[in-house]
Design a protein around this ligand. Structure first.
Ligand code: AMP
Length: 220
């Protein structure tokens, strides 16, 4: 099963992607995480993409094609994946259809996560992440137990460079201009389509999402 999680930065794609992955037993392909890991490791890919990621700009589509193709070809992706942060342009959506059709597959479900810009700005400014294990916290709504350290592995938490106020506003702008127009295209596709408002608590969101997936016969 191939699922696309769609929505602005900070709408909860990472959070709900992890939940879906647990429920369905398929991995998340989070392109932002993959690019940040490549930058961190100083790979050739990391060198090519860092200027875009740091600035909150979209990485060129041709580079994203290579990244996603490699992820889809991996052994762990053979039963499907949950895309978090891809596709982000119409060209990427078409690329994805092409890559999947080469495997005799297609997008099965699109989940649109929705939250207002004000909620997102608030949420991203207080987001902190563990640079080691990837756990995500929110200083207001989901703080770590011990000050500013990760509950899971004890590593000091950091703020993503692109979660600084100026870059958050820029990323939202990029979303509205370059990515949101994709919604129209997605809505016209003959695939299951869900909209989940994520402004409430994570527990409320999970409950709603689970109900919707049961209604679609994807979960029991
Ligand atoms: P994210 O973690 O999804 O918010 O992505 C962080 C950054 O990675 C974005 O601001 C872009 O610079 C880059 N990025 C991630 N996914 C894509 C994509 N599908 N297309 C272009 N750039 C991307």
């Amino acid at each position: 099963m191939y699922i696309v999680l769609f929505g602005p930065p900070g709408a909860g794609k990472g959070t709900y992607g992890r939940k879906l992955s647990q429920w369905l037993g398929i991995p998340v392909v989070a392109t932002g995480d993959m690019l940040r890991a490549a930058i961190e490791e100083g790979t050739q890919l990391g060198e090519r993409v860092k200027k875009y990621v740091y600035a909150g700009e979209l990485v060129p589509d041709e580079i994203m094609r290579e990244v996603v193709k490699q992820a889809l070809d991996s052994e762990t992706a053979k039963n499907g994946v949950i895309f978090d942060g891809f596709p982000r342009t119409l060209q990427q959506a078409k690329m994805l259809e092409e890559l999947l059709s080469e495997k005799g597959a297609h997008i099965d479900l699109i989940i649109e996560l929705d939250a207002s810009d004000d909620v997102i700005i608030e949420r991203l400014s207080s987001r902190r992440v563990c640079p080691k294990c990837g756990a995500v916290y929110n200083l207001r709504t989901n703080p770590p137990k011990d000050d500013s350290k990760c509950d899971v592995c004890g590593t000091p938490l950091v703020q993503r460079d692109d979660d600084k106020p100026e870059t958050i506003k820029f990323r939202l702008d990029v979303y509205h201009k370059q990515t949101a127009p994709l919604l129209e295209y997605f809505r016209q596709q003959p695939v299951d389509y869900l909209v989940l408002n994520t402004e409430g608590t994570i527990e409320e969101g999970e409950k709603k999402l689970r109900e919707e997936l049961v209604n679609l016969g994807i979960l029991r």
